[in-house]
Design a protein around this ligand. Sequence first.
Ligand SMILES: C[S@@+](CC[C@H](N)C(=O)[O-])C[C@H]1O[C@@H](n2cnc3c(N)ncnc32)[C@H](O)[C@@H]1O
Length: 271
Amino acid sequence: MSEHATARNLLTDNPALYEARFPDPDRLAARWTEEVLRTHGAGPHVLDLGCGTGRDAAHLHATGRTVVGADLSDAMLAHARTHHPGPRYVRADLRRFRLTDLAAQPFDAIVCLDSALLYCHTNDELDGFLDSCRRALTPGGLLVAEMRNGAFFLGRTELLDAPQIRGFAWEGTVYRSVTTLTVDRAAQLLRRRRVWSTEDGSPPVEQHSAWRLLFPQELRYALAAHGFTVLDLHDGPGPRTEPPWRAGSAVLPGGSADGDRLHLVARLGDG
Ligand SMILES: C[S@@+](CC[C@H](N)C(=O)[O-])C[C@H]1O[C@@H](n2cnc3c(N)ncnc32)[C@H](O)[C@@H]1O
């Protein structure tokens, strides 16, 4: 870390800034999720793991579902309770959680959006996540996830070759971010270093994150080991693909798992 930079997670500490930086005014992610749940006949009781600002959980709640949103960030949970009311918001670690800490009854579906699942960095953490999901779901319950695709990075360096520089204005301040992605091959992690700066003279803020580079075949293997049947595993269209999924278009498998986003629907039990 540079000696002039402060280490913290600017976006997770500032949920409103997170929504400004990653706007989803049409609630595409939540609408895609609702369509997946509807297509696969999921019941109404839903857990959104790594719910972030709560915007997806609240949309699912507004469709008539009973939703619990869980996250590790107190700032995100506080924002969600104020700005996206409806669901119950609870602090929990997706890498190992207990149903009894979240709800009185098992869930009909668990959703985990925008790469939240990839905070399971190690195999033990992935096992902890899947074991916790299995215990928290009704028999036949659904696990729906949307995330980066590790396989995309096999033989492709386009996201790694040069830092990405972005700028955006929020509440009168211009924010500039310089993002560098590197692959830690042995750990199977995509590491991100992002340095934020503003023009107001504040010291730069340096943020480090990492996501598991999870490959489709190993995900299938882990899911089967925990008693799940994969119904769909594909690279889109989805809410964060280009072109994106649109309301009215099918959410059935696109057939390949080669692009940079992976979409998973798995059922607990035999499918
Ligand atoms: C990229 S955001 C996605 C938020 C939301 N799902 C969305 O799609 O807008 C990832 C979220 O996961 C949360 N998170 C990170 N590690 C976690 C963990 N171990 N358990 C629960 N939540 C976690 C972060 O606090 C953050 O809110």
